[in-house]
Design a protein around this ligand. Structure first.
Ligand code: 26W
Length: 822
């Protein structure tokens, strides 16, 4: 049966048109002849909100009535992208809206372009949180996402003479139709000050006298589950000054001074830190972390007290708190503070509750990404929390570590939440492990390494605490909405509820050898590429052919992700063509999308080098358009949605052991790109699911990386002994790509030849050989189509619904509650 999971909303095209026009007039204050595309966009959003708001209320009522156990997903980042098309899809309204807008003389897709991306995240971790809240709503889990209502999301990237320039993101410049301010749920957050010990009735308790308070204002973004039955919310906190005026200062003539405090408080939710994988260590960042953690915990407590007063016996049965990396780890001592200082619960009981409530997801092993805060800084900003952390640590070391390893100071030093070396630092990873009942990595190999390399003793102390939950992506956004052509083709052969039950795509496997289906599948890919050719032209002014291989590497720019390995190969290919103009290869377009952290020098040099090589290669008539290189500016969710359906090759080329999971790898493979990758992160599981013969794997595996390092890695050896590799590295030292300005690209060469921390040179030859395999495979049209189809058919494991079901079963112990129908 071809049943549909999406409801057929009870509305006609005519009614939808009328609703949009009604909102155009009465919500936007304009009319059909006058309205801008932006106004039309907002009128559609207002119309869609009629469905959504109703869903929010129904879902809320259902949960409140049931006294439901809920998960609270704490994340400093939610990389939502655009919401309109997803909301239309999940409500089953997309086709209706499309037809309605056609009748009004517009292309819906065109109107959707008016919506700015909600880029409240950096990369993988933030986008994962966005996919996860989609899945939680779809699975009807009582769940709420908590984060920060940044005024400015991740910077907009421009290139100036090949170099990255950062411009402010202004997603809310003209307001956002998707958010609902909830002033009735405002919270107060305290900072600074001192702690007093109050002695009373023979005992004592602690009172924190804050030096400053600020207001946390919640903005709710409705999250529509697939099918539209359940609508959860993402609650984002905005910081405000506690009082707009300090009246005393105002009255004594200090009008301007009265604003100072307000400016500082409002700074807290101003801007997202653009660092990914490096800990900036800034006080404002710590305050951001505490601000949203404290407001969220207070929100949980308010809801709990409304239902249960001060009887906390059901607290752990009703609440799960998930830490998306260590960024909200300060929520652990915050919950302790509330339970012990404010509710008067004993330490032992509060600690039991805290541990049962929290769980922690680790997303990286890179040492520079592991958060540590100077003890002095925490003491200054959060004096009571520092005391609580000391107490947690003392009891942990005495009751648990000492019992397991009596007299072993080495282990105590290693496991302590406080690092005594180079000034005292608070290790947020250790705090998170100690304060949680479950710790998970994000792909099997990563979870194994979390146990083996990052927290081996903790794993010995608590076997069973460490788990794996492999990441996933929502097939609604990353197939149904972004690739309508492929979705339509798929729907001719599989049940209509495939966006919910992705395993239904296995029905495509028998068609992988069917030449008619192969042709249809590749025709879809070609049409998507034709569309993207126009995007490339518009964004970069480079002409490319849809007949070339679209070879794609899209992810944050980082040395461990090795965009420079890709670059070295492009240079080598170019050189082969210059040496032999008849060098046999299928034309290829190398497509990059990547933002570099603004302070990451080498990452920015790599962007510059790619742009310079691109300029030269794209304008060299000798190579007859066989290679094109495009670096798309301002890579973001909405651009990914256009590019992924057009990709042939998915480059996932991190050094083995460094990429925790990757999620772009899943999106690309699902949309029929062939993975060219190392045995790292989820690539390993993609190869398992799709079959080794349908991916191209190269390079050292984790064991070989360890072995190479132990033997004393010497990049110079590879430089000296590989003629082609040496030639392209030396090329970077010349002025070939920067005429008249030799040395502009030298930093990249010298980093590789002298240091090469991510072993680019060691993997170069294997990568080059793998690229030749890609070329050969592509030229066998049937073999390529077959491999691509099998990828699409085999990726059900990477549905984020499966990931969330795993969390619900193994970590949260959470059951769905379907919202009552209208
Ligand atoms: C403290 C600065 C900082 C900021 C962000 C450190 C680390 C981060 C994130 C953990 C970086 C991140 O996004 N990690 C990615 O998480 C994805 C989702 O699990 C994984 O798929 C990626 O492999 C991982 O790099």
């Amino acid at each position: 049966g071809k049943k549909s999971a999406a409801p057929k909303p009870d509305m006609t095209v005519k009614q939808f048109k009328e609703t949009v026009i009604k909102h155009l007039r009465s919500t936007l204050g304009t009319y059909e002849e006058k309205a801008s595309k932006q106004a039309w966009n907002q009128a559609i959003a207002a119309s869609v909100n009629e469905f959504i708001f109703d869903g929010v209320s129904r879902t809320r009522k259902t949960h409140a009535g049931k006294d439901a156990r809920a998960v609270h997903y704490l994340s400093l980042e939610f990389l939502m992208g655009r919401l309109m098309s997803n909301n239309l899809q999940n409500l089953g309204l997309y086709e209706l809206a499309d037809k309605a807008m056609k009748e009004l003389g517009f292309e819906l897709a065109d109107i959707l372009e008016e919506e700015p991306d909600m880029a409240l995240g950096n990369g993988g971790l933030g986008r994962l949180a966005a996919c996860f809240i989609d899945s939680m709503a779809t699975l009807a889990l009582p769940a709420i996402g908590y984060g920060i209502h940044y005024e400015h999301g991740l910077f907009r990237q421009e290139f100036f003479k090949g170099r990255q320039v950062e411009r402010p993101d202004q997603w809310r410049e003209f307001g956002s139709p998707w958010e609902i301010c909830r002033p009735e749920s405002e919270q107060v957050v305290k900072l600074y000050g001192y702690v007093e010990t109050v002695y009373e009735n023979g005992g004592s308790h602690k009172v924190w006298h804050p030096g400053r308070t600020m207001r946390a204002i919640p903005w709710d973004i409705p999250i529509v589950g697939y099918g539209g039955h359940n609508v959860n919310v993402l609650r984002l906190w905005e910081s405000r000054a506690d009082k707009f005026f300090d009246w005393d200062v105002f009255n004594s003539g200090g009008y301007v001074d009265a604003y100072t405090e307000s400016v500082q408080a409002e700074t807290v939710s101003k801007v997202l830190y653009p660092n990914d994988e490096t800990d900036a260590g800034k006080e404002l960042r710590l305050i951001q972390q505490y601000f949203f953690s404290a407001a969220s915990i207070a929100d949980v407590m308010r809801r709990f007290r409304n239902a249960h007063g001060n009887d906390f016996s059901k607290f752990t049965a009703l609440n799960a708190l998930q830490l998306n990396d260590t960024h909200p780890a300060i929520a652990i001592p915050e919950l302790m503070r509330v339970l012990v200082d404010e509710e008067g619960i004993s330490w032992a009981e509060a600690w039991k509750m805290t541990r049962e409530t929290f769980s922690y997801t680790n997303h990286t092993l890179l040492p520079e990404a592991l958060e540590k805060w100077p003890l002095r800084m925490i003491q200054h900003v959060l004096p009571r929390h520092m005391e609580i952390i000391f107490e947690i640590n003392a009891r942990f070391l005495k009751d648990e570590v000492e019992t397991k390893w009596p007299g072993n100071d080495g282990i105590k030093r290693k496991l302590s939440i406080i690092e005594e070396a180079n000034g005292q630092m608070v290790r947020m990873g250790n705090l998170s492990v100690v304060g949680s009942h479950a710790v998970n990595g994000v792909a099997q190999i990563h979870s194994d390494l979390v146990k083996k390399d990052l927290f081996p003793e903790m794993n010995e102390l608590w076997p069973g605490k460490f788990l794996n939950v492999t990441n996933g992506i929502t097939p609604r956004r990353w197939m149904k909405a972004c690739n309508p052509r492929l979705s339509t083709l798929i729907e001719k052969h599989v049940d209509a509820d495939w966006p919910r039950y992705l395993e239904k795509l296995t029905a495509l496997k028998p068609l992988a050898d069917d030449s008619k289906f192969q042709k249809e599948y590749m025709a879809v890919k070609h049409a998507n590429k034709e569309d993207f050719v126009k995007v490339i032209k518009e964004l970069t002014d480079v002409d490319v052919s849809a007949d070339a291989i679209f070879d794609v590497q899209i992810k944050r720019l980082h040395e461990y992700k090795r965009q420079h390995l890709n670059l070295l190969y492009i240079m080598a290919l170019y050189r082969r063509l210059l040496i032999n103009p008849d060098y046999d290869m299928h034309p290829r377009v190398f497509i990059f999308g990547a933002k570099a952290a603004p302070g990451y020098y080498l990452a920015k040099e790599i962007i510059f080098a790619i742009n310079k090589v691109a300029e030269k290669v794209n304008n060299d008539p000798r190579i007859k358009d066989k290679i094109k290189v495009v670096f798309l500016p301002n890579y973001r969710v909405s651009l990914a949605e256009k590019l992924i359906p057009a990709a042939d090759v998915s480059q996932q080329i991190s050094l083995a052991g460094k990429e925790a999971s990757g999620t772009g790898n899943m999106k690309l493979a699902l949309n029929g790109a062939i993975t060219l990758g190392t045995l790292d992160g989820a690539n390993i599981e993609i190869a398992e699911e799709a079959g080794e013969e349908n991916v191209v794997i190269f390079g050292m595996d984790v064991d070989e990386v360890v072995e190479t390092r132990e033997q004393g890695y010497n990049p110079g050896h590879y430089y000296q002994n590989n003629e082609e590799l040496k030639a392209v590295l030396d090329w970077l030292d010349s002025d070939f790509f920067t005429p008249g300005e030799p040395g502009l690209l030298s930093a990249v060469k010298h980093n590789l030849v002298d240091h090469d921390p991510y072993m680019v040179l060691a993997d170069y030859q294997s990568y080059s050989d793998a690229q030749s395999k890609i070329d050969a495979l592509y030229r066998d049209k049937k073999a390529w189509a077959r491999a691509a189809i099998i990828n699409t058919a085999s990726l059900a494991k990477f549905n984020s619904d499966r990931s969330i079901q795993d969390y619900a079963d193994t970590i949260w112990n959470l059951k769905p509650i379907k919202a009552a129908a209208k």
